[in-house]
Design a protein around this ligand. Structure first.
Ligand SMILES: Nc1ncnc2c1ncn2[C@@H]1O[C@H](COP(=O)(O)OP(=O)(O)OP(=O)(O)O)[C@@H](O)[C@H]1O
Length: 255
């Protein structure tokens, strides 16, 4: 496993989103928890990166801070040229809505809306129209053409997650954050969703950052960033299930 992190984005123009010396402390005094303890890491444009590490290592906290869903105690979050930690609430909400896409373990689709309406909802709310050609290409690639008129309750878990993926991708956001996106899927549907995430990076140039516990899921990524105790603990390029599993075992054993 390499011990160096990638150069942070805005310095070389590569990173879509980056953390610079990011610290997050929950609580205060004796009960304070240092969930992130000075993390500096960049996530390159057009690549699919997985964040892994033992339970409690700070994966969700890092992702939430990168996505502007949580505020850091100190340090910077750079989305393109914008330091999210310096944005007033309104600007942060706008950046989250217009520049970031999300895919959650629990799909988070609105039950009363059809698949088609769920997919375009964020754009509709922003008063924007989807690029019709890109929209149609996504629907075809994600295998949703025959499902657009269905409600989420009429779709399988894998289909619901593909709708959520289409919703995240259709606005071509600067980064899509995926939080355990296959956690509620069986292995076949999970593999489909992971293939689609990988292809979104390769074919569409979409930047994707995914938190996962599963080495098999992480092996779909171009790169795995490891966290331990709120710090960067190395990274793996072109990961395989074996290299990821070994790295996690080494971390657990304190090597
Ligand atoms: N809201 C909170 N209040 C207090 N402590 C928190 C809070 N959220 C997270 N923590 C603590 O911060 C540390 C990092 O948590 P985080 O959820 O980021 O880790 P994780 O790697 O995502 O864990 P897991 O794999 O179990 O989901 C943990 O010690 C956790 O208990």
């Amino acid at each position: 496993m390499q011990r160096q992190s990638s150069p942070v984005a805005d310095r070389d123009g590569l990173a879509a989103v980056a953390a610079v010396d990011l610290v997050k402390v929950y609580g205060a005094g004796d009960t304070a928890v240092r969930a992130l303890d000075g993390v500096t890491v960049g996530f390159e444009r057009g690549r699919f990166t997985a964040i892994m590490g033992p339970s409690g290592s700070g994966k969700s906290t890092l992702m939430h801070c990168l996505a502007g869903l949580d505020t850091a105690t100190s340090g910077q979050v750079l989305l393109g040229g914008t330091d999210l930690t310096k944005q007033p609430d309104k600007a942060l909400t706008k950046a989250r809505r217009e520049r970031i896409g999300f895919v959650f373990q629990s799909f988070n689709l609105l039950p009363q809306l059809t698949a088609a309406a769920n997919i375009t909802l964020p754009l509709d709310l922003a008063g924007r129209k989807p690029d019709a050609e890109f929209h149609d290409r996504l629907i075809t690639t994600l295998g949703l053409a025959g499902r657009l008129g269905h409600l989420p309750s009429e779709l399988s878990g894998g289909q619901q997650q593909r709708v959520a993926l289409a919703r995240a991708l259709v606005s071509r956001p600067e980064v899509v954050f995926a939080d355990e996106p296959t956690g509620n899927l069986d292995s076949r549907a999970g593999a489909e969703v992971l293939n689609l995430l990988r292809n979104s990076a390769r074919d569409l140039g979409q930047t994707i950052v995914m938190v996962t516990h599963d080495p098999a899921a992480a092996a779909y990524a171009d790169r795995v960033v490891m966290l331990a105790d709120g710090r960067l603990a190395g990274e793996i390029q072109q990961p395989s299930i074996a290299t990821v599993t070994e790295a996690l075992q080494n971390l657990a054993a304190g090597r």
